[in-house]
Design a protein around this ligand. Structure first.
Ligand SMILES: Nc1nc2c(ncn2[C@@H]2O[C@H](COP(=O)(O)OP(=O)(O)OP(=O)(O)O)[C@@H](O)[C@H]2O)c(=O)[nH]1
Length: 414
């Protein structure tokens, strides 16, 4: 925008526009808040914008209402509003929300403005105080937004954060510009820097609030995705997404020619735990099994609930020997960690079958079948043990015998 165009703009019209934009945005936030409920900081953002809008309304009536309202209270409300927006961002990130801080900042701002209006009438100092406090809160908002997060949340959060940072820097630079003599006392009420500040405020309002709404949208998407992918009881992947993610992982490891191992884990005599302690304890034991298992997994490993008390693990990059060692550690830690309920201590063990791509290839169903057969061996050989899958064709008859033995022991409950 050229200096001529800027000179054609008048501050009052721009400030009225900013007030109307803030009002529209507050209404929009109310509507969004209605849909998403009180969570996600939305209530703070709506209240914050409402306070900023009331402050602007008072401010544009300068000359028609007393300065105690149009300057002192107006700036107090704007400070409070931006502070409350900052609280909303902390609420969104599940951080503590020191509610005293915006109120304290607003009170101090009002006291100082009152002093520099009614005791010592000094416009540049008032200008510096309001710029520094409002700019400070914008920078605090930027600090909450420009944090490492995963895509696509990062796009929305950093978008808002960069806007808050840019606008915060403009605001705190204003007193410096005055000190440097770029903005004389006459310019404070309508000079180019003041016009740019108000234009910037309109853009920042629209940009930041659009970013907030996107942030809520991405968070809801994340939650929906987690709901559709996770087993609601244990938090492990559900069977459908286990299969999808396993097939992708198998494809990738085949292309990179890495080994990958599938482990099937099954709780021993789980029916007995349900019968003896009740289904609720049974459910808690399943969660405990998953927690214990996770302790031995890396972030890239997959853990899914295949059904009932049966879980599948996929360990990329591990051959059968290393994966069997992981399986053994899981078995050991579960059998060592008795599960204390409020009434009893439940001892639980697991059996595990291990099948590696080295012998069984990269097809999910084939690996699963091989690990399942190894699991049957582990059950047939007395449970609470790890068995490696036989190479294909090695021991078909032996497997049939072990399946029968496993069924027999299961029926006898030994
Ligand atoms: N509490 C609880 N129980 C479940 C859940 N899913 C399956 N089960 C129970 O898990 C038990 C599985 O029993 P079985 O298949 O006979 O196996 P098991 O008793 O563990 O015996 P082995 O596997 O042979 O050691 C059944 O009693 C199911 O009702 C669940 O989500 N919660």
């Amino acid at each position: 925008m050229s200096a001529h165009m800027l000179a054609d703009l008048d501050l009052k019209t721009l400030t009225v526009t900013l007030t109307v934009v803030t009002l529209a945005i507050t209404l929009l936030l109310c509507l969004v808040g209605w849909q998403v409920g009180p969570r996600h900081g939305m209530r703070y953002w709506t209240l914050g914008n409402l306070a900023v809008m009331l402050g602007l309304l008072l401010n544009i009536n300068q000359g028609h209402i007393p300065h105690s309202l149009s300057i002192v209270l107006a700036n107090g409300l704007m400070t409070l509003g931006l502070g409350v927006v900052w609280l909303g961002l902390r609420n969104f990130r599940d951080l503590s929300q020191p509610q005293w801080m915006p109120m304290f900042a607003a009170l101090v701002t009002m006291l100082l403005l009152w002093f520099f209006r009614y005791q010592v009438d000094n416009l540049p100092v008032r200008y510096a105080i309001s710029s520094l406090v409002l700019g400070g809160f914008c920078l605090l908002c930027a600090a909450e937004l420009l944090v490492p997060t995963r895509a696509p949340m990062r796009t929305a959060s950093w978008f808002s954060g960069l806007i808050a940072l840019a606008y915060g820097l403009i605001l705190v630079a204003r007193p410096a510009a005055s000190l440097a003599g770029w903005n004389g006392p006459a310019d404070l009420l309508g000079g180019p820097l003041q016009l740019i500040t108000v234009l910037g405020a309109i853009a920042a309002q629209i940009g930041m609030v659009s970013g907030f709404i996107l942030m809520i949208h991405y968070r809801n998407l994340d939650r929906l995705r987690a709901l559709s992918e996770q087993d609601p009881l244990t938090g492990a992947l559900n069977r459908r997404s286990l299969q999808q993610q396993a097939e992708l992982m198998l494809c990738r490891t085949r292309l990179s020619n890495e080994p990958i191992t599938l482990i099937m884990l099954d709780a021993d005599h789980f029916k007995r735990i349900n019968d003896e302690f009740g289904h609720q304890t049974g459910d808690e034991v399943l969660c405990h099994l998953v927690d214990q298992t996770r302790l031995h997994l890396r972030s890239r490993d997959l853990l899914g609930r295949f059904g009932g008390e049966e879980f599948v693990l996929l360990l990329p990059g591990l051959n059968s020997l290393s994966a069997s060692q992981v399986a053994e550690r899981i078995r050991q830690s579960i059998s060592d960690a008795a599960w204390p309920t409020h009434k009893h201590t439940v001892n639980i063990t697991v059996s595990l079958g291990v099948a590696c791509s080295e012998h069984h290839g990269y097809d999910f169903t084939t690996l699963l079948g091989a690990a399942d057969a190894a699991l049957y061996c582990a059950k047939g050989l007395g449970r609470n043990r790890v068995e490696q899958a036989q190479a294909p064709g090695d021991a078909a008859q032996e497997l049939v015998a072990l399946r029968l033995l496993s069924h027999f022991r299961h029926n006898l409950d030994v």
